[in-house]
Design a binder for this molecule. Structure first.
Ligand code: HEC
Ligand code: HEC
Length: 284
C-alpha cells in the first residue's frame, strides 16, 4: 500500500459511512412526519402514558381493546420486529406469529400506504425511546374474543389494496386521495359499517351514525350537508385549528385527529386533502 493508500481508504470508508447515516436520518425524519400523517399516537399513546407505549383503552360494541406498545422495547414492544414483520402487520393485518389482528387497528387503510413510507415509518419507530410496559389483554365478548374468526372476517371484509395514480387528476388530488384513504385513515371513521364491523365502501365518507365512542361522525363528501357548504379554505383551516366555518370547534375523536395528526401537517398536504374531499368521485 502507498503512503496515501491508508488515509485514502479511510476517507472513502468514512465518506460512504456518512452517506449511509445521512440516508438513514432522512428516512427516519420522513418517518416522523408519516407518524403524524397516520395518527398512530391517537391510539398508541394513552393519556398520561409514555409516547407510543400503548395501553389506551378503546371501547367498542365488540368489547374493550387495549392498544399495544409500539416502542422499540424488545420484550413488550416491537424492538425485535424486522421491516417485513412491520409491513405485514400494517398491510395484511397479520402478526409475526401468523395470527390475525382485529380491525380496531386500521390496517384496512394502512394497507394502501406505499412500502417506502412504511419503511420510513419503521425507521423512525426504531429511534423513539424504548419503554418497557406491557399492555393489558383485550377484554372482548364471545365470540369476538376468538382471534381465529378474524381469518373469515378478513376474507369477507378486507382486500389489501394499493392505490394507483389516476393520471387524469392533479398531483394534489392524488396526494389527497392517498392521505384520506391510506395513512390519514379518514375513511375508517367517516364511513358506515356493517353489522360485522366491515366498512360499507359504496358509502365511503358519507358519515357514520355509530362512530368510535358512539359518536355521530358527519359526512365529508361535497354532496351532503353541512359539508357541501364548506370551501377549500374552510377545510384547511378546520384541519389546522379545529375551528369550523360556523365558529364552533370540532371535538371528540376528531379533536384527537387534529391534535395528533392534521394540526401538524404541511399546508400543501392539507390543501391536497381538501382538493380530494371536494371531488372524491370514484369508488373506493
Ligand atoms: C384507531 C386506533 C389505532 C390506530 C390509529 C393505530 N393503531 Fe396500531 N393497533 C391498534 C389496536 C387496537 C391494535 C391491537 C390489534 C389486535 O390485538 O388485534 C394495534 C396493533 C398494532 C401493532 C401490532 C403490535 C403487536 O404487538 O402485535 C402495530 C405494530 C401497530 N398497531 C402499529 C401502528 C402504527 C405504526 C400506526 C400508525 C401508522 C397505528 N398502529 C395506528 C389500534 C390503532
Ligand atoms: C377517529 C375517528 C375520526 C377520524 C380518523 C377522522 N375523523 Fe373527521 N370527524 C370525526 C368526528 C367524530 C367528527 C365530528 C366532530 C364534532 O362535530 O365535534 C369529525 C368531523 C370532521 C369534519 C367536520 C365536518 C362537519 O361537517 O362538521 C371534517 C372536515 C373532518 N372530520 C375531516 C376528517 C379528515 C380529513 C380526516 C382524515 C385526515 C378525518 N376527519 C379523520 C371523526 C374522525
Amino acid at each position: 500500500m502507498t503512503r496515501f493508500g491508508l488515509p485514502l481508504l479511510a476517507s472513502i470508508l468514512l465518506l460512504s459511512l456518512t452517506a449511509n447515516v445521512q440516508a438513514d436520518e432522512s428516512s427516519a425524519s420522513r418517518g416522523e412526519y408519516l407518524l403524524k400523517l397516520s395518527g398512530c399516537a391517537s391510539c398508541h399513546t394513552r393519556e398520561g402514558g409514555q409516547p407510543l407505549a400503548g395501553g389506551l383503552k378503546m371501547e367498542t360494541p365488540f368489547g374493550t381493546f387495549y392498544t399495544p406498545n409500539i416502542t422499540p422495547d424488545p420484550k413488550t414492544g416491537i424492538g425485535n420486529w424486522s421491516d417485513d414483520d412491520f409491513i405485514r402487520a400494517l398491510t395484511e393485518g397479520v402478526a409475526p406469529d401468523g395470527s390475525h389482528y382485529y380491525p380496531a387497528f386500521p390496517y384496512t387503510s394502512y394497507s394502501r400506504m406505499s412500502r417506502q413510507d412504511l419503511r420510513d415509518l419503521k425507521a423512525y419507530l426504531n429511534e423513539v425511546p424504548a419503554v418497557q410496559v406491557a399492555a393489558p389483554d383485550h377484554d372482548l365478548k364471545f365470540p369476538f374474543n376468538l382471534r381465529v374468526l378474524l381469518g373469515p372476517w378478513k376474507w369477507v371484509n378486507f382486500e389489501p389494496d394499493r392505490l394507483q395514480t389516476v393520471p387524469q387528476k392533479s398531483a394534489a388530488w392524488n396526494r389527497g386521495r392517498y392521505i384520506v384513504q391510506g395513512p390519514g385513515h379518514c375513511v375508517e371513521c367517516h364511513t358506515p359499517r356493517n353489522r360485522l364491523g366491515g366498512l360499507e365502501r359504496e358509502q365511503a365518507l358519507m358519515g357514520n351514525p355509530q362512530g368510535p365512542d358512539g359518536e355521530v361522525v358527519p359526512p365529508i363528501v361535497p354532496t351532503k350537508k353541512p359539508f357541501s357548504e364548506w370551501g377549500r379554505e374552510d377545510i384547511v383551516f378546520a384541519l389546522q385549528t379545529g375551528m369550523k366555518p360556523d365558529g364552533d370547534f370540532l371535538g371528540g375523536t376528531m379533536g384527537h385527529v387534529i391534535e395528533n395528526s392534521t394540526g401538524a401537517l404541511t399546508e400543501s398536504d392539507l390543501k391536497a386533502i381538501a382538493e380530494y374531499l371536494l371531488d372524491p368521485r370514484e369508488p373506493l
